[in-house]
Design a protein around this ligand. Sequence first.
Ligand code: FES
Length: 168
Amino acid sequence: MHMNETQLIPMLSDIELDEINAEIAHAPYPQAVAIDALKIVQAHRGWISDESLNAIARHLNMSPAELDGIATFYNLIFRRPVGERVILLCNSVTCWIKGYEQLQQQISERLGVSLGETTKDNQYTFLPVTCLGACDKAPVMMVGDDLYENITSETVTQIFRTQQEIDA
Ligand code: FES
């Protein structure tokens, strides 16, 4: 198949470009907005594919490998497809001590998936995450953009009940 030029050059949408350029306008140099640019594109596309990564790197005038290093280091950037909502359960030491394992089992059973997996209906992806910086409120987890602190098995039940109501 003959590929034309536009298929070869990874593209950012006009909205993505506007939002990224607005960040660049306040930055000392384009590469300084790497994480913001990744977040912007992720907000529009759900996750950062290789194509998206290449397009952002090109726009920020950096190498894809350099940008991938940043994306991989920053654990709220997803380099694989995820469901509608990502559940991030902190598995660092304080949360671990405060009942991580039991919560992980409860959430896995509730969703029918193991860590790293997405539910069949594509509603949830369940991932472990390193310290979210809220250790004094351990154990903690994020559902989408919401941070839940001091979670217990009752609060997990409640969180899913509330999510179901939101979806209904
Ligand atoms: S160890 Fe979980 S928030 Fe720090």
